[in-house]
Ligand binder design. Structure first.
Ligand code: PMV
Length: 307
């Protein structure tokens, strides 16, 4: 018997970084871009394989610093079962270290596949808490937005530590996600903002408050289908993220290229300093914006509809 599970990528539309300090943020799943985990019988205990990895899982180990092994350990512990005799093979279409939630998505797919392998179920809220623990390995002090949008696979309005709020999309809209080709560490970017905050608490708090206010307006624009307003808010959010020092010349260049080609708005998405940017497009501007982004140096573009 074989089984397969999957989980989506995600994009943060508004509020990254400020969300770490308690401001709201908005994120959407990218259902067309996924991580998969498939289960095959094995006679060598529980193993997890990925592109260039083959990890035996020892759930009795005291400390587990590999995210995949930790995921398996947490799932088996929560279910109170012993490791099944299976190999779980991971494959993912999501670029790593580029702000699309690859780590949380891979862990979610793995956890779901492992549940199938032992014939048990975990509630989404239990799974979400587990993936949050795994995210700490990647990010240190994650806000929890990545695991939440990925586990529930719904657009979310997220405030750290508060119950999940899903968003209603007033009118579907399209995003182009463009990759700078430069991977960047979210952990380092978050630490950079922390240093900035410590050096000028009042100045940085004003930027964080401005982002929070903008996220509240963005929520209203999304729920009422005001795409022009939404675009303007995205670009304003990018300007505030630049002030938080988490943009990069490549990201700024792609944002300008998208706006010049007619995008309604554009911003970096996720940890920044590399990784991906997102541009809001209409059916009329979509092709020209994607072409302009490629010409400006994007190594990869993906179009996704938010509905
Ligand atoms: O780089 P990503 O996609 O994992 O996004 C990180 C989002 C931050 O707000 C910068 C950090 C966090 O934990 O929310």
């Amino acid at each position: 018997m074989t089984a397969e599970a999957s989980a989506p990528a995600k994009a943060i539309l508004f509020g990254e970084h400020a969300v770490v300090y308690g401001q709201p943020a908005i994120a959407v799943p990218i259902s067309g871009l996924r991580a998969f985990a498939s289960v095959q019988p094995s006679s060598a205990g529980l193993r997890i394989t990925a592109a260039d990895l083959d990890i035996p899982v020892n759930i009795d180990a005291e400390s587990v610093d590999n995210a995949l092994a930790l995921t398996a350990k947490l799932v088996l512990k929560a279910l109170g079962v012993s490791p099944p005799q299976v190999t779980i093979a991971i494959r993912s279409d999501i670029p790593i270290a580029s702000g699309l939630g690859s780590g949380a998505s891979v862990a979610t797919a793995l956890a779901r596949a492992l549940c199938q392998a032992v014939g048990a179920r975990l509630s989404e809220s239990a799974l979400n808490e587990m993936i949050y623990e795994v995210e700490k390995i990647h990010h240190g002090t994650p806000s929890g937005i990545d695991n939440t949008v990925i586990v529930y696979e719904r657009p979310v309005y997220f405030v750290r530590g508060q119950p999940l709020e899903t968003l209603t999309i007033g009118a579907p809209f399209s995003l182009i996600i463009a990759d700078t080709g430069k991977s960047a560490s979210t952990r380092d970017a978050v630490a950079g903002v922390r240093e900035l905050y410590d050096s000028d608490p009042a100045g940085v708090q004003a930027l964080l408050d401005a982002i929070g206010a903008l996220v509240i307006r963005a929520r209203a624009a999304i729920e009422t289908g005001q795409v022009v307003d939404l675009g303007e808010l995205m670009t304003s959010n990018h300007q505030l993220l630049r002030k938080l020092t988490v943009s990069s010349p490549e990201l700024d260049n792609l944002v300008s290229a998208a706006l010049d080609a007619g995008a309604l708005g554009a911003k970096l998405s996720g940890g920044g300093r590399g990784g991906n940017m997102i541009a809001l497009v209409t059916p009329e501007t979509r092709t020209q914006v994607a072409a302009a982004l490629t010409l400006a140096g994007a190594v990869h573009t993906i179009t996704t509809e938010v509905r």
